[in-house]
Design a protein around this ligand. Structure first.
Ligand code: SF4
Ligand code: SF4
Length: 379
């Protein structure tokens, strides 16, 4: 049986000529661009644009990384290139494109920006019909450009999770009610992935996210670019950067079980000068990681008793109301002009953390909340 190739090459910065050279190397090592990538092809690029954050915050795929991919596609003679994504909630698109640096790249490189608003309903067995980017079928090639990050619910977010961005953002928070636990959510995303698999993946791990991703972590200079045809194999290699084995990640277990890719080490050929480095990076995980070690049915009890809930830090809040709009459970309410979380209604979907533009929503344990209140009374 032929092994699935995944490449990992060193790339220490977002310097454009270096990125172009290293992306070219990563693509070649992984087996070259998909055959469908011909000069007349219509190509969809899907970076991770989780929310309107600037590139230095490491929440989104770096704009220079996207630019370098576009330049490489131009070298192949590809003209029709579109960038699309759909953050959770109702999003002001101009703000998203502007802050993430995508507008500048799109204007300068003359590519299209496509807000995911038009949709068609795709049947997802066991979950009904899910609204997915309507124009998806009109593209010849779909290239996923994820960022390597931690994720409070799924432990990591790389290629498999990145495809989920093709589901209309406005509907996403409601799906947390359909799948109200990390395991159920992972199973749901794995099933959706079967309908929106990319043709090729190139991972921006030049700077990765450590800590409480996908929105509130901090940058970690990992200095790597990864590539491959099989998203599951790419993620299985990428998770080792956090010291995980693929079988520790429910999303990978499920997506592999469903036959959408391979996570078995013996079926993957990891090549490139960063192949050894990946497993040695030891990028710090989310502090919620410990929760995943307990049985599923204890999850909510544990989160209530000893661990973290979303908490709005009033001093940092700019009262924009984005968290309020993003919460499908109406667990965020407005009181005297301030926004607060009602823990009872919260299903820990983390949409409010993702939606907040200024990191005013934090995960805190009851103990931390108590200490924060004490600080307030001391003032
Ligand atoms: S408060 Fe935040 S984490 Fe809780 S349900 Fe609402 S959006 Fe989700
Ligand atoms: S917590 Fe964040 S998203 Fe919510 S109102 Fe404050 S600044 Fe806006």
């Amino acid at each position: 049986m032929n092994k699935t190739k995944v490449s990992a090459v060193m790339c220490e910065s977002y310097d454009l000529p270096l990125l172009e050279e290293k992306i070219r190397a990563a693509v070649e090592l992984a087996g070259g661009w998909p055959e469908k990538m011909k000069p007349g092809a219509k190509v969809l690029l899907k970076p991770n644009l989780l929310s309107a954050k600037t590139p230095d915050q490491c929440v989104t795929t770096h704009p220079e990384f996207v630019r370098a991919v576009i330049r490489e596609l131009r070298r192949k003679g590809v003209e029709k290139i579109t960038i699309a994504d759909s953050p959770a909630g109702v999003y002001p698109w101009e703000e998203l494109w502007e802050k993430t640096g995508m507008k500048k790249v799109a204007d300068e490189e003359k590519v299209e920006l496509l807000p995911i608003e038009n949709f068609e309903r795709v049947e997802i067995p066991g979950y009904g019909h899910i609204p997915v980017l309507k124009e998806l079928k009109s593209f010849d090639v779909f290239i996923s450009l994820p960022k390597l990050k931690t994720h409070i619910l799924t432990k990591i977010t790389v290629a498999v999770k990145n495809s989920y961005g093709l589901v209309v953002g406005e509907s996403k928070s409601a799906f947390h009610a359909v799948a109200p636990s990390p395991r159920k959510m992972a199973n749901f995303i794995a099933t959706v992935f079967g309908k929106i698999k990319p043709d090729f993946v190139i991972v921006d791990a030049v700077e990765s996210m450590q800590g409480d991703g996908p929105a509130n972590g901090r940058p970690f200079k990992s200095g790597i670019i990864m590539a491959g045809f099989d998203s599951v194999a790419v993620d299985s290699c990428a998770c080792t950067a956090y010291g995980y084995k693929p079988q520790d990640i429910q999303l990978l277990v499920k997506v592999s079980e469903l036959g959408h890719g391979t996570m078995q080490k013996e079926n993957i050929d990891l090549v490139g000068d960063a192949a050894e480095k990946l497993g040695r990076l030891k990028i710090p995980r989310s502090k919620s990681d410990i929760l995943h070690r307990f049985p599923e049915r204890m999850f909510h009890l544990l989160t209530l008793l000893l661990t973290y809930r979303p908490f709005i830090v009033q001093e940092n809040c700019i009262k924009c109301g984005k968290c309020f709009k993003a919460c499908s459970q109406k667990a965020i309410f407005s009181e005297g002009g301030s926004f607060r979380v009602n823990s009872k209604g919260c299903i820990l979907c983390m949409c409010c953390l993702e939606a907040c533009p200024v990191k005013a929503v934090e995960l805190r344990s009851p103990f931390q909340k108590f200490m924060a209140l004490m600080k307030f009374f001391k003032k």
